[in-house]
Design a protein around this ligand. Structure first.
Ligand SMILES: N[C@@H](CCC(=O)N[C@@H](CSS)C(=O)NCC(=O)O)C(=O)O
Length: 216
């Protein structure tokens, strides 16, 4: 019996979509890295030549290119703006589509684990800080136009997209004041991530070359 790696399968599906749409993949962009997740970027690089991986400098991870707050990632006539949104991890960033008449409207924000739909990333390990996360979301994400579409990294309830307006109205954590938010985050009682202390075999590290350079 041949085992098929689920990450491999997902990457193949997504690359097939990119091909069907006639697009050329040039960047594989990460919002952050955590020791319990292996990013798919290294695997993508083995399947599509010329793709360059991107992650924030503050993540302290490995990649081809490092970005800092305020940087613009340009592709074709479009660009993504890099916003620092630490709190879930110290190196978390949010990527926002460009501002301007020639850029797609409404804007789109790829928030990683900083802002989830009706939730947010946990802040209880590996550089997490509820104080920082609250400030990040309020100063860097909730200041975007209300119709900006939010695409987070995870959803545990089947949602795929939200808007700034919806989250400012209905997010059960981030609509609260900072003290209440901190207390909510301290009492989430989430299970300790299953994979956080799992050692990664050496052959995976070779294939997935942008795996975080350090773990817990
Ligand atoms: N059950 C999962 C862990 C789920 C989890 O902790 N998710 C993280 C994002 S991945 S580090 C999170 O921030 N969740 C926030 C929340 O409110 O659920 C596992 O054991 O792997």
């Amino acid at each position: 019996m041949q085992l098929v790696d689920p990450v491999d399968k997902t990457v193949d599906r997504d690359l097939s979509l990119v091909k069907d749409l006639g697009l050329k993949l040039i960047y594989a962009i990460n919002t952050h890295v955590h020791a319990d997740h292996v990013t798919g970027t290294g695997l993508i690089k083995t399947k599509v030549s010329g793709v360059r991986s991107i992650i924030s400098k503050a993540s302290n991870a490995k990649a081809d290119l490092f970005v800092e707050p305020g940087d613009k990632i340009c592709f074709g006539d479009l660009f993504l703006e890099v916003r620092a949104t630490p709190g879930h991890t110290l190196g978390c960033v949010t990527y926002v589509t460009g501002d301007g008449p020639d850029q797609p409207q409404p804007r789109m924000a790829f928030t990683g684990d900083a802002l989830l739909i009706r939730g947010c990333g946990r802040t209880d390990f590996q550089g997490g800080s509820s104080e920082l996360l609250y400030k990040s979301v309020h100063s860097q994400i909730f200041t975007l136009p209300k119709d900006t579409l939010i695409y987070p990294a995870h959803d545990y309830k089947g949602f795929t997209v939200s808007t700034i307006q919806e989250e400012m109205l209905y997010n059960p954590r981030l609509t609260k004041d900072e003290e209440k938010f901190k207390s909510i985050m301290e009492n989430l009682n989430l299970a300790y991530p299953k994979m956080i202390d799992v050692a990664v075999p050496a052959n995976m590290v070779c294939g997935l070359q942008d795996l975080a350079s350090k773990s817990a």
